[in-house]
Design a protein around this ligand. Structure first.
Ligand code: WTA
Length: 652
């Protein structure tokens, strides 16, 4: 926990603009009126078992019906016990009768190559690859690491795991070999699925080479499947490494899905917490599938007539829930794009919107700020009139970016859904209902049905309107995480010990006089860099692992594009505090964690500012990193000369 005690969080944003739902937006499959939304919300609050039980019967495909909707208090709530289900059936088989020929995925590679996979194509490939997995010795309950670029085979690999009940653990392809090894070990993965390389801004990202390096440190992995994407040179180790295309050749297209318990682990996804060790967030099958199915429909109004594009990477929860499981469960048509938004130029996204007539577009505030910086001429070149709904996720959106999105991309006719949620929550929790909820730039507005939030002070008292405090969830929901893989104590401690039996999200928030929620950012040591979570401790551990570093403290600071930048304060035990050393430490952090953790500033000092009891004064470091005057009390500081040294050190 940071040294600043949250619970009375200051709020500086004043935003009075309001946007009533545009008249031309007609909800198709979501709530049609505010009264309808409110009735559903009240019902879910008062009778969660009745509410979710009915939805689960209507919207999920069961091998065997459940005998209980929910049992047990948070954090041990179990959902849909007795039921037998399979997520790949929910996403594929169910649609074959009516929608076999409908496009499930319209994919475009960064170099411009394209593929369309209809529901029957995806089903066929998933069945084949599920058979491959079995042939490689993968069984129900085994863990499989997936470390791939944004190609359809990534989706195929996920759903093939789901089909046989293997638990997938996807690692974002921007993470380093070290990060892959850690996650392989934590999950005790038996198999890694990867590609030779991926494309990013015209360059090859060597994925197989990173896997090779990771395997020196992750002995649980027995085999590797390699999808050939770029044709890069790779080393194939006999009896360990297999080409995807060779394995798939002549493989049977018949693969019966395994009937799994509702609470069978569907996937693990590692995310950063307050310590250096990433947390393996575990989601199970039925509750997660119901949550993603319903929240996709309620939030995006995703119907048969839509072409939907979520620009996230599947390596993050947004891609899991809103590229793969939610949209496919709804039988939707999704665009999937492999590469960077500014390749070959800054107009790529808008060209894709026009080319595929995208009607629903979901992206991150950090991307929106980059688009703003690149200039209106890029979206101006494309016809964006197919768009009817816009969404954002990942961090609080600044009202300026919201307004730009609304005007330049949405042509002032598209509702914006600012969706607050987390890896842990599995699906969207707070969001406007499109065409129904009046929006305010910067507010994620209201809870979806089944979500009962509150704002607490440190003692667990509910706060009044406009008082900043801690965001909590007071009622369980089907798509919440069930545990941290292999560490149930840490799960209980992290989320349910601050307020017993109540889910503590780690975010600060306030509500306004209309009951709208305003997220004030993380209250723990989690950074939000370009919408991606990193813990300050993770970066600190990486730094102190370098032989020249004696001590390091890492804090976030406001960054125009990334939302939050990474500032590292470093004390050296050897070497010179110069530009060369900065370069070396930067490269070192990238190697340890990955490019997303690239430090924005490195500042050297002979010592770090500490209290007399030896605690690093992060509050001061945050002020220095942000270039602010030091606010508040510095009298507890052990050596006040240190501050001056750190401030001077701003040539990065
Ligand atoms: C932040 C991403 C404000 C928040 C789905 C949360 C947001 C963390 C929003 C989770 C939003 C996400 N407004 N803040 N609309 N969406 N966040 O696990 O701090 O990668 O706790 O999940 O991102 O990040 P995660």
């Amino acid at each position: 926990m940071s040294d600043t005690q949250p619970g009375n969080i200051e709020n500086v944003l004043q935003e009075d603009r309001r946007f009533p739902p545009p008249a031309e937006f007609k909800p198709r499959v979501s709530f049609k009126t505010n009264a309808e939304y409110e009735a559903a919300w009240n019902r879910a609050k008062d009778d969660p078992a009745g509410f979710w039980g009915e939805l689960a019967k209507e919207n999920l495909e069961w091998f065997e019906p459940f005998t209980s909707v929910m049992s047990g208090d948070m954090p041990e709530t179990k959902w849909f016990e007795g039921g037998k289900i399979n997520a790949s059936v929910q996403c594929l088989d169910r649609h074959l009768e009516k929608n076999a020929n409908k496009a499930a995925i319209i994919w475009e590679g960064e170099p411009g190559d394209t593929r369309v996979l209809r529901y029957q194509d995806l089903h066929r490939e998933v069945c084949k690859f599920a058979n491959v997995l079995k042939r490689l010795g993968i069984e129900t309950g085994d863990r499989v690491t997936i470390y791939m670029p944004m190609v359809p085979e990534l989706v195929i690999a996920m759903l093939a795991c789901a089909r046989i009940g293997a638990t997938h653990s996807i690692i974002f392809a921007g993470f380093s070999a070290e990060a892959v090894a850690d996650r392989n070990n934590d999950a005790q993965a038996k198999l890694v699925i990867t590609a030779d390389a991926g494309w990013r801004r015209g360059k090859e990202v060597p994925l197989k080479a990173a896997v090779d390096e990771s395997l020196e440190k992750s002995p649980s992995v027995e085999k590797v499947v390699v999808y050939q994407r770029t044709g890069a040179d790779v080393t194939m180790v006999p009896d360990r490494d297999y080409w995807w295309h060779e394995l798939m050749e002549n493989e049977s297209t018949d693969c019966e899905a395994v009937a799994l318990d509702s609470e069978h682990p569907l996937f693990i996804l590692y995310t950063s917490g307050s310590t250096g060790k990433p947390k393996g967030v575990l989601h199970t099958t039925a509750g997660y599938m119901l949550g993603t199915t319903m929240t996709t429909r309620w939030t995006f109004d995703l119907s048969d007539e839509d072409t939907y594009w979520c620009t996230a990477d599947i390596g993050w929860i947004t891609g899991h829930s809103y590229i793969v499981y939610g949209p496919l469960s709804n039988g939707a048509t999704s665009v999937m794009y492999e590469g960077a938004p500014n390749w070959p130029d800054e107009g790529r996204f808008w060209e894709l919107v026009e080319k595929y007539q995208v009607s629903i577009f979901y992206t991150a505030p950090t991307a929106i700020r980059a688009f703003m910086k690149w200039g209106d001429q890029w979206p101006g070149k494309a016809d964006l009139s197919s768009l009817r709904l816009l969404g954002t996720v990942g961090e609080p959106i600044n009202p300026e970016a919201w307004m730009w999105y609304h005007e330049v991309i949405g042509g002032e006719r598209c509702p914006i859904v600012d969706t607050w949620w987390q890896t842990e929550t599995g699906g969207i929790m707070l969001t406007p209902v499109p065409g129904v909820t009046e929006t305010k730039p910067g507010s994620c507005t209201k809870p979806l049905p089944g979500v009962v939030p509150a704002i607490f002070d440190e003692q667990g008292n509910a706060l009044e309107i406009n008082q900043g405090g801690l965001l909590v969830m007071t009622q369980p929901w089907p798509h919440m995480l069930r545990t941290l893989y292999g560490d149930h104590d840490r799960f209980v401690e992290t989320y349910f010990s601050k307020f017993e039996g109540i889910y503590f999200a780690g975010d600060g928030a306030r509500t306004d006089e209309d009951g709208y929620y305003w997220i004030l950012g993380r209250v723990d040591d989690v950074l939000n860099v370009s919408g991606h979570r990193l813990s300050t401790m993770e970066v600190e551990s990486a730094l102190v692992a370098h032989e020249a570093v004696a001590e390091a403290a890492v804090v976030g600071f406001p960054h125009d594009l990334k939302g939050e930048g990474i500032c590292c304060f470093v004390t050296l035990k050897s070497g010179e505090p110069n530009a060369e050393m900065k370069k070396e430490l930067t490269a070192h952090v990238r190697k340890q964690i990955g490019a997303i953790a690239t430090p924005d500033q490195i500042r050297f000092a002979p010592a770090l500012p500490k209290t007399r009891s030896g605690k690093i004064m992060r509050r001061l470091l945050r002020d220095i990193a942000a270039g602010r005057e030091t606010a508040g009390d510095t009298t507890t500081l052990e050596d006040s000369n240190i501050l001056a040294a750190l401030r001077k050190n701003d040539d990065s």
